[in-house]
Design a protein around this ligand. Structure first.
Ligand SMILES: C[S@@+](CC[C@H](N)C(=O)[O-])C[C@H]1O[C@@H](n2cnc3c(N)ncnc32)[C@H](O)[C@@H]1O
Length: 308
């Protein structure tokens, strides 16, 4: 299948990163290299990029080939940012970009088992297909309580208890193997009036995908490492698609922005100084034109900060 992905808030990210000639940039979520391509094209920059998905790595390597010698792509989780930089003997960067979540290619490629719109596809949802743990294992082995927790926390699914119960009942008869079988369970678990406007399986699939790929685990530490590695004046831009991710980004930025935390009636003993300045008090959202053109951009939030 052809690799198709439309970059979200491309211009907003690029101007937010404030590219400089000679700068080193890190793109943790390379995907179709839409953002990375512009980072390399607009200024004489060096790029280090990671992705967990071999398909993305292969496609992006090809797409960026005109800039050979100026970029390094590593098949890794961006949470290993510190190690990736160390291995390359790089000790500071001028910009970091994270465009979190999945690409349209991953969602649309039925083989990958992310989509509730396909039916006969094996449940998979792994961004990194070298990882042995897929949605199949999760759905067929997790306890009812754990399933309920995942569906309500990562999917904000109101019917998490019923769906979790029905998953467990159904797998007593036979394992749940396909995306279609899971979709059917969601359909029968949610009363019609609550599934008129959105697909009954949307939230369940999102929740399971986040859990399978451990999308929230270690995100905070990774952002902290990235902020610390920024050179003075360097920028970090993060696009999130889910309120839990956005909250993590917002809180880390806020923490790094905080100055003295001592009781104001006494002299400061903490010596704490702000490390960054957040440039987006409210997150940037896509323009109405972009939202019309690319429905994926509708829930995207972009936050940008600058190292002091
Ligand atoms: C939304 S897409 C990025 C699209 C890209 N910015 C573009 O313009 O083409 C997200 C990509 O990040 C990858 N990804 C998500 N979480 C990751 C992680 N923790 N480490 C490395 N790659 C990750 C996914 O495999 C996917 O290819």
């Amino acid at each position: 299948m052809e690799f198709k992905h439309k970059s979200v808030m491309l211009e907003e990210c690029l101007s937010g990163l404030n590219l400089v000639d000679g700068g080193i940039y890190f793109d943790g979520t390379l995907g179709g290299a839409g953002h990375s391509y512009e980072i390399l094209k607009r200024k004489n920059t060096t790029l280090i990029a990671t992705d967990r998905d071999i398909d993305a790595i292969n496609f992006a390597t090809q797409k960026l080939s005109e800039f050979n010698g100026r970029f390094t792509i590593v098949h890794d989780n961006f949470k290993n940012f510190k190690k990736v930089l160390n291995d390359l003997n790089v000790f500071g960067v001028d910009g970091v970009l994270l465009d979190l979540g999945v690409s349209s290619y991953q969602l649309d490629n039925r083989e990958r088992g992310f989509s509730y719109l396909s039916s006969e596809t094996k449940l998979d949802m792994r961004m990194d297909r070298t990882n042995p743990f897929s949605a199949y294992e999760l759905v067929n082995t997790y306890s009812e309580d754990k399933l309920k927790y995942i569906l309500s926390t990562y999917g904000e699914e109101k019917f998490a208890s019923v769906i979790a119960k029905n998953i467990v009942e159904s797998r007593k008869i036979k394992p749940i193997e396909t995306t279609g079988e899971l979709t059917k369970i969601c359909d029968t678990s949610i009363p019609f009036k609550f599934r008129r406007d959105t697909h009954s399986a949307k939230k369940t699939f999102q929740a399971i995908r986040i859990a399978v790929n451990e999308e929230l685990d270690g995100l905070e530490d990774a952002i902290r490492d990235m902020v610390k590695a920024l050179n003075k004046g360097g920028r970090i831009a993060i696009i999130s698609f889910h309120s839990l991710e956005d909250r993590i980004v917002k809180n880390v930025f806020k923490d790094f922005e905080t100055a003295c935390v001592c009781d104001k009636r006494f002299p400061c003993v903490c010596n704490r100084k702000p490390v960054i300045k957040t440039l987006t008090n409210k997150p940037i959202t896509a323009s109405s034109e972009e939202m019309q053109e690319n429905s994926r951009s509708k829930c995207a939030k972009l936050r940008i900060a600058e190292k002091l």
